[in-house]
Design a protein. Structure first.
Length: 204
């Protein structure tokens, strides 16, 4: 028993050293992306879209949140008088959680999301196994879709198919699929993470 305990201890220490070496060039103990946060003009509208159209699950809510001092500007980089009307958290199958904000009490708040060409421009991509079926579904839900799916047949992303679509408040989302992988990975490149379409397990 003592021998096994000693072996297990050495194995754990070796694993710890491996993790330390992997994280030596970045944030210590980094595990991955936990959530993506974004702001919407109407939380109820966003909730309907994320739950009823995309298929995310609502988890819980916070707010309202405000402060008479400078907490909001110090911690969130917004105007001191800003009020978080609400925050809602969602889980979308296998992948990062979504943290969705609605603010009020701002005199100069932008109501139009940035374009892809703007600094801060962004989109959220959902992985699907069946692109035609997913696109047909969004069209049946009257979602604004930008063009037709693009299939990469050359270059490092060969094997990937993608298409952008737009939420009711103007934010851009994407569907992406590459069931057989991408060319660069088949040639030995660093595998990028992609979610599994198997049922999401319980949160730990």
């Amino acid at each position: 028993m003592h021998g096994n305990a000693s072996y297990n201890s050495r194995r754990v220490n070796a694993q710890d050293k491996t993790r330390e070496a992997q994280n030596s060039h970045g944030v210590p103990s980094l595990c991955g992306v936990e959530h993506i946060g974004f702001t919407v003009p109407d939380l109820n509208e966003a909730t309907r879209f994320l739950v009823d159209v995309i298929g995310c699950e609502y988890a819980y809510a916070l707010g309202p949140i405000s402060d008479a001092g400078t907490w909001m500007s110090t911690h969130l980089n917004v105007e001191p008088t800003a009020v978080i009307k609400g925050i809602r958290f969602f889980r979308c199958k296998n992948g990062p959680n979504l943290e969705v904000f609605e603010f009020e009490g701002l005199a100069d708040s932008r109501r139009i999301p940035p374009r892809n060409s703007d600094v801060g421009g962004h989109h959220i991509a959902f992985y699907v196994d069946d692109m035609p079926r997913a696109v047909d579904y969004l069209r049946a839900k009257d979602v604004v879709i930008l063009g037709e799916p693009t299939l990469r047949t050359t270059g490092p992303s060969a094997g990937q198919e993608w298409i952008y679509f737009v939420a009711p408040w103007g934010m851009q989302f994407e569907l992406v699929s590459y069931p057989a992988g991408k060319k660069y990975q088949r040639e030995g490149g660093l595998p990028l993470w992609r979610p599994s379409c198997e049922a999401a397990g319980p949160m730990s």
